[in-house]
Design a protein around this ligand. Structure first.
Ligand code: PLP
Length: 362
């Protein structure tokens, strides 16, 4: 008899992550008009809690798009015509963001580090000393390699150049690892709903500084959907420029309460605990792809030193109601990835590791 897949396959992949049933349920409430009082009340309620999660006193825009849309927003609003943006590239996502800047007509310079290694602040300092850049773009947590970059140290280097903005992709870190938008002076800090925030895909968020808004004033063609100045104007009235994904906002409304009830410090500690457990498991049986001291608290990229068949492993897991990820892009087969992000518990991770051990038994 062919093995059957359980109705619910638990996701240990780096997005989308598991969404708890009550959060899914929140999306089934009746629709409201997005230009009415009920919507304005909902939108107003979201803002202070989002600011807490981003550790900022300034604004957090909500976009009905995945994080990629806000990559485009950051590049487009913050880099003037004829000026350059420095992209720090050490994996597939940071490379893709550099491509997004190129396709938006921006002049892109790349500072690359080998995949599996972190960006070195000293190297950033050297490049910034040699040339002027309108912005530096960094992916905080490289979801392809499992490396977390030293964001506060890179930020300190960028801040030596007052006219250079710092654009940060915190897509697979925000809500799972400390990200201090105001304390670290991040001009744009963006994330997606379907990672550490444990929401369904379809929303993304960006904390945007006054400096970034001032820069946007100097860019004549910012597009429309992701125009920071338009988002700012509408946010002041608790509106969005276009029809938002209202069911996802219902889910966000509940999930922000759940996140803050857990407490951000406790949430980061839970992620750190899960990461330590998974890293220890992987180091004993395989090796870790990311260099020491820069290993992500939200996902582990395992170097496939035993050349196991990752597809066969996932087929085995799927029968048991679980799923992990193959390596990303050129790392497929060579690595596999175990995400420990979002609302996952230690018990759920233990269950996964037991199943992995069962597969590995000779
Ligand atoms: C670090 C990082 N940045 C950006 C993205 C793209 O985000 P989205 O799929 O929400 O557009 C991803 C997706 O996995 C990611 O991991």
């Amino acid at each position: 008899m062919a093995p059957s897949t359980p109705a619910h396959v638990k996701l240990f992949i780096p997005g989308p992550t598991e969404v708890r049933p009550e959060v899914l349920q929140a999306m089934t409430r009746p629709m409201i008009g997005h230009r009415g009082r009920d919507f304005e009340d909902l939108f107003a309620r979201l803002q202070p809690r989002l600011r807490q999660v981003f550790a900022t006193a300034s604004r957090v825009y909500i976009s009905t798009s995945s994080g990629t849309g806000l990559w485009e927003a950051a590049s487009r609003n913050c880099v003037r015509d004829g000026r350059a943006v420095l992209h720090l590239v050490n994996g597939a996502f940071s490379e893709r963001w550099a491509q997004v800047s190129v396709t938006n007509g921006k002049r892109v310079v790349r500072l690359e580090a080998p995949w599996g290694q972190a960006i070195r602040p000293e190297q950033v300092a050297d490049v910034l000393a040699a040339d002027h850049f309108d912005a530096v773009a960094l992916v905080h947590n490289e979801t392809s390699t499992g490396v977390i970059n030293p964001l506060p140290q890179v930020a300190a280097v960028v801040h030596r150049h007052p006219d250079t903005l710092l654009l940060v992709d915190a897509v697979s870190s925000l809500g799972g690892a400390p990200v201090e938008v105001d304390a670290w002076g991040l001009d744009v800090c963006l994330t997606s709903s379907q990672k550490c925030l444990a929401l369904p895909p379809g929303l993304s968020f960006a904390a945007v500084s006054d400096r970034a808004l001032a820069r946007a004033q100097e860019v004549p063609y910012r597009g429309y959907y992701f125009d920071f100045l338009e988002l700012e104007k509408m946010l002041a009235r608790n509106h969005t420029p276009a029809t938002p994904a209202i069911p996802l906002l219902y889910a966000l409304d509940l999930q922000l309460d759940r996140i803050l009830a857990e407490g951000l410090a406790a949430r980061f500690a839970r992620h750190a605990d899960l990461a330590a457990r998974v890293q220890a498991w992987a180091a004993e049986r395989f090796a870790l792809f990311a260099e020491e001291s820069y290993r992500s608290p939200t996902l582990t990229t395992v170097a496939n030193t035993r050349q196991i068949n990752v597809d066969a492993l996932n087929a085995f897991l799927r029968e048991r109601g679980m799923l992990i990820s193959n390596g990303y892009g050129k790392l497929k087969g060579e690595t596999f990835r175990i995400a420990h992000m979002g609302d996952l518990t230690r018990d759920e991770v233990e269950e996964l590791l037991s199943a992995l051990d069962e597969f590995l038994q000779p």
